[in-house]
Design a protein around this ligand. Structure first.
Ligand code: HEM
Length: 107
């Protein structure tokens, strides 16, 4: 189903301990997620990525909506060796919603 940005804002509560988004967003445990859609993985300047995430980006991983959906389902399976300590989101709808929320901060 289509993602709902308002529902996604609630899902984002699970992310925001580690990720800031919006004006003035800075590094937390994870990088800020402004302009994440379409960004090459592991490339935001000033954030200390894991070697695994940098390699994934160098090998061509770009955060399309599709790639992000797969990542969020099982981060440590999709990017083996990532230091993102998050088990993933179980529901497809939650994933679609949080991506719709983040899309508002992209472009
Ligand atoms: C990386 C999204 C939850 C910590 C990333 C990246 C995305 C992302 C798209 C890749 C960034 C890039 O390549 O520039 C999300 C979303 C979350 C979530 C949507 C919630 C559903 C979390 C949580 C933590 C976390 C809860 C901390 C416990 C990190 C870290 C990285 C990262 C440390 C860098 C990974 C690495 O270098 O291997 N996240 N994240 N994230 N995230 Fe998350």
């Amino acid at each position: 189903a289509e993602g709902d940005p308002a529902a996604g804002e609630k899902v984002y509560k699970k992310c925001k301990v580690c990720h800031m988004v919006g004006e003035g967003a800075k590094n937390r445990v994870g990088p800020p997620l402004n302009d994440i859609i379409g960004r090459q993985a592991g490339t935001l300047g000033g954030f200390n990525y894991s070697p695994a995430m940098k390699k994934a980006g160098e090998e061509g991983l770009v955060w399309t909506e599709e790639a992000m959906a797969e990542y969020l389902e099982a981060p440590r399976k999709y990017v083996k060796g990532t230091k993102m300590a998050f088990p993933g989101l179980k529901k497809e709808q939650e994933i679609a919603d949080v991506i719709a929320y983040l899309k508002q901060f992209s472009e």
